[in-house]
Design a protein around this ligand. Structure first.
Ligand SMILES: Nc1nc2c(ncn2[C@@H]2O[C@H](COP(=O)(O)OP(=O)(O)OP(=O)(O)O)[C@@H](O)[C@H]2O)c(=O)[nH]1
Ligand SMILES: [Mg+2]
Length: 293
């Protein structure tokens, strides 16, 4: 699904009316504020955007000026976080983390497909040994995509699955290892401990890995995605985010709020349930699609 279509209702149609000529500045800004909040952008971010636009406009601005200022403000939220997801060659490990049901396993399969399509040899590791169907789900994806999967029995130590996958990755000389982890509902402490243990095992094996530790968030839950993200703030290894289920929301503002709060790059978005429903994220493309430019 195209981003442009996704956000048409939220922003594009209303913006055209809002910025139409002859309206009072404060009235316009008041309505813009309401619109941004309704689009799921968090209050402090909206307040900052409105204050900046107010400061930068003298008298009643025109449609073009408002559009340009809003575009600048939305892009500024992503400032300093932009980076490419992965070096174009060489060996790398991508570790996926997130709360239960956020879309990790599906994202692991999509990423494997994405990099396979770009000529990389990929190995998947099903380190979710908690759920009965956890590793089966990834193995089925592996069969479908022709990508090998290292898995373990239900209840096995996820660390041992990770260790086995590291050995295969090294011995069979795969380029990429994508590790799917459990997202069970458990106390924050336990979740962090388990993840830290996994990272420790990886570092012992390959000190410069995991090069990528990505937080997978369910974007369809709106503000709740921020609550999910908060849980992982103290897990300092995270260096990027994947926003899954973006097709389940018409409120693109969630992305703005998450980027503003987490100060981490959004690298990919998930826009459906098949292996091909993964998009590399471009902040400019996103903001322009939001504003209908
Ligand atoms: N529409 C849509 N559905 C998605 C997307 N990504 C994942 N899903 C669906 O969301 C549900 C949960 O996805 P999983 O990949 O199993 O999530 P998970 O984080 O691995 O879940 P746990 O292992 O239980 O923590 C599945 O039904 C997926 O098909 C997406 O981008 N769009
Ligand atoms: Mg899973």
């Amino acid at each position: 699904m195209a981003l442009r279509e996704l956000f048409k209702k939220t922003f594009q149609t209303r913006l055209a009316e809002l910025f139409s000529a002859g309206r009072d500045k404060e009235e316009t800004l008041g309505e813009l504020e309401e619109m941004l909040i309704l689009a799921d952008i968090s209050l402090p971010v909206v307040a900052g955007i409105i204050a900046n636009i107010r400061k930068k406009t003298r008298g009643n601005a025109g449609k073009e000026e408002y559009n340009e200022l809003l575009c600048q403000e939305l892009l500024a939220v992503f400032a300093g976080t932009r980076r490419s997801p992965l070096a174009p060659s060489g060996k790398s490990i991508i570790l996926l983390v997130g709360i239960n049901g956020s879309g990790k396993t599906t994202t692991a399969a999509k990423l494997a497909r994405h990099y396979q399509n770009r000529g990389r040899s990929v190995l998947l590791a099903a380190a979710d040994t908690f759920r009965a169907a956890g590793s089966t789900q990834l193995s089925l994806w592996g069969e479908k995509l022709g990508i090998p999967v290292v898995s373990g029995e239900r209840g096995a130590d996820p660390g041992s699955v990770v260790f086995n996958s590291l050995q295969s990755w090294q011995n069979k000389n795969f380029d990429l290892l994508v590790i799917d982890t459990a997202g069970r509902m458990q106390s924050k402490d336990n979740l962090m401990k388990e993840l830290e243990k996994i990272v420790k095992i990886i570092r012992k094996f390959a000190p410069d890995q995991p090069a990528e530790t990505w937080l997978v968030l369910d974007a369809s839950t709106g503000q709740n995605a921020l609550v999910q993200a908060e849980k992982f703030r103290e897990f300092s290894a995270i260096n990027g985010m994947v926003l899954a289920k973006l097709d389940g929301t018409a409120k693109g503002g969630t992305i703005i709020s998450i980027a503003a709060q987490m100060k981490l790059p959004v690298l990919f978005t998930g826009v459906g349930e098949t292996e091909n429903d993964l998009c590399e994220f471009s902040e400019r493309e996103f903001v322009e699609s939001l504003l209908g430019q």
